[in-house]
Design a protein around this ligand. Structure first.
Ligand SMILES: *[C@@H]1O[C@H](CO)[C@@H](O)[C@H](O)[C@H]1NC(C)=O
Ligand SMILES: *[C@@H]1O[C@H](CO)[C@@H](O)[C@H](O)[C@H]1NC(C)=O
Ligand SMILES: *[C@@H]1O[C@H](CO)[C@@H](O)[C@H](O)[C@H]1NC(C)=O
Length: 264
């Protein structure tokens, strides 16, 4: 009887230790949420689902999830900043270790650039001027960033008023600078390259007025996460393997008093 009890106890102990270790193992993988703002870009969406998910899955020591943030149901210009803020705010309660803002059309070309959380106190810019496929000016915020929740919140996220393409990410750089989150961490291996899948005409067709962009670019945080008004219309799981991919669709709200040019 005693023997049986001890055996059972040992078996149970073994199992619970094992599952505890397994859980611990899973938990100890840093988790990265990759947010991809889009609107009506089936080619880029497919490319990310087929190719980029495969690319990320090679880094076994990280746990990734891709989330498309899609702007739908409006006749407004595209607003990458507000869309990214909406996705970030909707994911915040899941406690990822860090978040990557990934442009749908700027994907890694070489095989080894690790998508990971920032090593220090500043955000990690994966595509600084020398590595970005075509943006070459200093202090560019173009392309793909990784940051922690704290780093994004302290700058009040992206400006929420950038209706139309352009300058929202350069404004984010100014925000990071103003909070001393500067210079940004950049990849040390400068042989890495990104490729630009420039297949979409909406970029040039939906630009914000130049004078408005200039005015907005100086805003260091009055508009941002706390002025992002939106409704999540749907949340759909697209894929489970090789990594989980979902799509959140948002209806964004434009404050017509502040940004009457938001309508197309
Ligand atoms: C996070 O919040 C969303 C909606 O706000 C909810 O649907 C989801 O279940 C929450 N997730 C967790 C892990 O709490
Ligand atoms: C730098 O990146 C290139 C391209 O991915 C790779 O071939 C090379 O091995 C890397 N070098 C180092 C030192 O990691
Ligand atoms: C949003 O936050 C900024 C920065 O803290 C602040 O200046 C602004 O007044 C806030 N706006 C609203 C509507 O709460």
């Amino acid at each position: 009887m005693l023997f049986l009890t001890v055996t059972l106890f040992l078996i149970r102990w073994k199992y619970s230790t094992k599952s505890f270790l397994e859980q611990k193992n899973i938990k100890s993988k840093p988790s990265v949420a990759i947010i991809v703002p889009i609107r009506n870009r089936p080619f880029e969406e497919k490319f990310i689902r087929v190719y980029f998910s495969q690319y990320l899955s090679q880094f076994q020591e990280y746990s990734y999830e891709i989330i498309f943030a899609e702007q739908i149901l409006d006749d407004y210009h595209f607003n990458k900043g507000l869309l990214s803020n909406a996705a970030f705010l909707s994911l915040k309660n899941r406690s990822y270790d860090c978040y990557c803002l990934q442009d749908a059309d700027t994907v890694p070309l070489t095989n080894e650039l690790l998508y990971r959380c920032p090593k220090g106190a500043v955000p990690y810019h994966l595509t600084p001027p020398k590595l970005h496929p075509h943006v070459t000016y200093d202090d560019s915020g173009a392309g793909n960033f990784v940051f922690t929740s704290e780093q994004f919140i302290v700058v009040n996220g992206f400006g929420s008023n950038f209706w139309g393409w352009g300058k929202a990410d350069d404004n984010l750089v100014k925000r990071f600078k103003s909070k001393n989150l500067w210079p940004l961490e950049v990849p040390t291996n400068t042989s890495e390259r990104f490729v630009h899948l420039d297949c979409d005409p909406q970029r040039t067709a939906s630009q914000a007025p130049e004078d408005k962009k200039q005015f907005l670019i100086e805003d260091l945080g009055s508009y941002g996460l706390n002025t992002s008004v939106f409704e999540m219309v749907s949340f759909e799981r697209l894929d489970d393997i090789p990594i989980p991919i979902s799509k959140m669709s948002f209806k964004l709200h434009c404050n017509m008093d502040v940004t009457p040019w938001c309508k197309k």
